[in-house]
Design a protein around this ligand. Sequence first.
Ligand code: NAD
Length: 483
Amino acid sequence: MPGDEVLKNYIDGEWRDSSTGGRIEVDDPSTGETIAVVAEASGDDAELAVKAAQRVFRERVLIDMHPYDRGRMLFRIAEALAARGPELAGMLCDDTGKALNVAEAEVETTIKYLRYYGGLADKHEGRSIPRGANLVDYTIRSPFGVSGQIVPWNFPLELTARSLACAIATGNSVVVKSPELAPLSGIAMAKACEEAGVPAGAVNVIAGYGETAGQALIDHPDLRHLVFTGSMTTGQKVLRAAAERIVPCIMELGGKSAAIVHADADLDAVLESVTIGTFMNAGQNCNGLTRLLVDRSIAGELTERLKAHVEGLSVGSGRENCDITPLISNKQRSSVERACHTALEQGAQLISGGSALAYRSGYFMAATVFAEVTSDSDLFHKETFGPVLAVTTFETAKEAVELSNGTDQGLAAGVFTRDLDKALWTADRLWAGHVYVNGWFVSGVETPFGGINKSGYGREKGVEALDGYVQTRNVGIKVTPPR
Ligand code: NAD
């Protein structure tokens, strides 16, 4: 149990308690024990945060700053975080349950986002448009104003950095709504912003529940831009609110991503990808490898190897750096268990796992593999957000692509083959924002990322992301020639 300290929200450059006195108890998913108490931001706190961000925008504090200086500010935030890298990685283990190596990678990615967009801040230019004699025409890429950023709990530090860095690089001011299940990253980011000398009100970070603080943020009349990263169901709610006031949105939603495994694939590479793609972070990855589409001729061999591989994965807390770490909450684990029961009822064959693990008092779930998963079943279509892999077989390359594209989502997809022609042919036809060939998660902060279909729209990461944080304005000038 922590001391008496209540961690506060960061609004207008000040650390403020909740206006209602509400509290969020933060638990360690590995043990269920309370590790911190955070002031619960109310709707009124969200209002204060938006007002502060709006003032900064109206006074042109960031817009009038040289873009190079906005970039340097992002570098300073990165340095402040880097200075306490190991502490932050430990915090992520305790707050989210993830393994230490995954937490360390998250801290590193967070820093990379800030440096990458810091470097791009003074390179996002408009253009001049030739229009013949006596007309000068150019575009200005202007920020929207207050950017509301709603963050999920699975990668709370790097996802906060991903959107915040783009917004600040382009001159927007920001209100981050941290996830109630993992609010400590938002507080760490706010501290780094304070240390980096970010002007008061330019970045505000509140921790509150979706239905109160989140809803107040998206309903606020001064909100001009919204980045939502989370589930499809909440995303739909958020979009309805945004539609009322025509607020432009970047929607980063869930997925049900499949990897196609051809008969000539390197099966060691497939198993390695399953370890990270399916089971890293207890499978709570939006672009995780959740379906394996396997050539029927090697399905028996691969399933046997999968069973042995999965049963050899280590189980333990984040700090113990194990392969299988706990889910974020008991509720999330129950939801994954229900999905496993439904899979059995719908005829899938359980290869391994399938139920909760009684390990300490944490929210552990066994690494789970189902075979014979049919294309009309829930497990084939619905995001489970847990350590569960669904195996389905195919006969032809064309059928494999149809199965991969056969859900209404499209965040990531992959193909494993040694045949270059087959890989390129398949990559072209996989209807997903991100295609991985012969390895899962082969992407970086510099590669554009986002969904197709119900996985969302807009792009984060890469140079492309900056386009989602500006609106192009045009200036036309009539020139009168001297008499
Ligand atoms: P969630 O939709 O339950 O919550 C996401 C955020 O929305 C939280 O901060 C929550 O407080 C907030 N929220 C809830 N109700 C709200 C409301 N009415 N108004 C405003 N905000 C509200 O999602 P989650 O369970 O935190 O995260 C898991 C989901 O996120 C998965 O579906 C996963 O695929 C997705 N995800 C997507 C990406 C991506 O980049 N595409 C990245 C990570 C996670």
